[in-house]
Design a protein around this ligand. Sequence first.
Ligand code: CA
Length: 255
Amino acid sequence: MQISWAARTDRGLRRSQNEDTYCAKPDLGLFVVADGMGGYAGGEVASRLAVEQIQQAIETTAGLRRDDSWPVPFDNRSGIDGNRLRVGFTRANTRIAQEIKASEKLRGMGTTVVAILVSGCKVTLAHIGDSRAYLYRGTALRRLTKDHSWVEEQIRAGTLTEAEARRHPWRNMVTRALSGSDELPIDPTELEFEAGDRLLLCSDGLTAVLEDSEIQRVVAAPVDLQGVCDELVRQANAAGGPDNVTTVVIDVAVK
Ligand code: CA
């Protein structure tokens, strides 16, 4: 099995800093996008800590079996890789709590995270907040994540449409994040890669300005992976570039 990937992160046109962080570690099968929030340097610190901690957790849990001793109690509702991601999210959350305790200025910082762990043809996915994963299969782009956000809750309740949500003043309000709080519901999911599949991880700087149909047109285009990432960022900036934007695109050649 061969993983190929490309990524691009961009400050956008209106923000002074880029508070998004990503990592791509094909040797670990790990790909992460984190979108930080919080004043001072908080957003940048939170997203960077989260990515570092998740990567370390994936390294240190490699080879662990169900019956081994785990850094956090094994949750039987998920498989091994789901639990490895849970260890990563938990460690990231704990580190963020420690940093907030150590520095008053970082109070209120947090980060969204979307992470996948590829093992053979199996992809395990975990997320918190409104960074998203999409799967392009056949001719259709499908969202693999449901945003943990206030507007998403309203859409599901039928009180807002997608178009209204996009313009709503509370559109950036996430209902879950890695912010050092005690409550950390993580629900990893699994899917099997099929030949021709393409995965996209992205921060809300992309999805706040592009419709899924517009993203699909770019993801489906017959250009190389870097060309896909660059074009997504270009279109987000052409639409005003109101936020940092990060895209990671992954293809797996299935034998
Ligand atoms: Ca953002």
